[in-house]
Design a protein around this ligand. Sequence first.
Ligand code: ATP
Ligand code: ZN
Length: 294
Amino acid sequence: MSKSLRIALQKKGRLAEGSIKLLEQSGLGIFRNPGALTCRARGLPIELLFVRDDDIPSLVAKGVCDLGIAGENVLLEEALASPEDQGLQTVRSLGFSFCTLKLAAPKDSKISGVEDLRGARIATSYPQILAKYLKENDIIADCVPLKGAVEIAPALELADAICDLVSSGATLAANGLVDFATVMKSEAVLVRSNNVWDDEREALLRRLLRRMDGVIASRATKYIMLNAPKSAIGEITELLPGADAPTIIPLAGREDQMAIHAVCRETIFWDTLEELEARGAQSILVLPIEKMMG
Ligand code: ATP
Ligand code: ZN
C-alpha cells in the first residue's frame, strides 16, 4: 500500500470552512460523513483528521498527523505552553482566518493604554502569549484565564481588561469595549513536524503544495478584459495592477478599438476601474481565476 499523508484540521469553527475549501480547490474530494472524525480524501492519498484547533499543534508535533492547519495564535500559545511540543515548521501562510489578538477595556474605563494595565486583571484565552507580551512591556498584571466568552468578563466584573481575538471589531463594540493595543496578528498556516519523512511523503507534500500555491496565488489574481481606444492602449495597460504582458486583440468591425486581456496579480480596486473608464476603456470585465500554474 502506498504511503499517505495525514492532515489535522479543525472539526468545526472559524478555521474549518477555509481549510476544507483550500483542500477542495487543490483537487481533493472530501466527502465527510456527518460526525466522522476521519475521512480519506479522493484525488491524492491523504487522510484528514477532524479535531479541536487547540489539539492540532501537539498532534503534528508528536507525529500523529504529518501536517496541520491552525491559526498562528494557537501555534504560539501551544509552543509557549508546551516547549516539548516544539519543532513545528510553518510550511505556508494560507491567507484566511485573519484576526488580531488585541487588548481592550470598557470604553468608560481608566485603562486606555498598555501602561494602565499595571495591577489590572486581564481576561484571556491566550495566557501564555499575554504573559510574554506583558513581560516584554515590563508590566505586572493578573491574568484571568477563560476558555470562551472573554468579552463579557469586564461586565461580569471578572476582569478590568481583556486580551482577545478580533476580526471586524463588531464583538468588541457590542460589548462596550475599545481596543488599545495589538498583541499579535494571525492567519491560518500549514505546519509540519520536524520529523524526517520518507521520499514518498516528501514528494506527496510537494505535489500538494504546488496545487495549494496555485490556489493561493489565484485568489488575489484576476483576469481583466476590456475594450480600449487604440490611442489609449499604452496608458491603459500601465494602469493594470501587477499585469504580465497583456494580450491585445483587434475587434471585428472597429478600426479604432482593441480588446485588452490581462492577468492582474494584484487586487483591482474600484478606483482603478474608474481610471480605466476615464481613459476610454469600455465593457470592462474582471473575472476570478480558479486555478493557476506557473
Ligand atoms: P475549537 O472548538 O476548535 O477549539 P475555538 O472556539 O477555539 O474552536 P474558533 O472560534 O473556531 O476556535 O477559532 C479558530 C481560529 O480561527 C482562531 O484560533 C483564530 O486563529 C481564527 N479566527 C479568525 N477570526 C477569528 C475571530 N474573529 N475570533 C476568533 N478567532 C478567529
Ligand atoms: Zn480552540
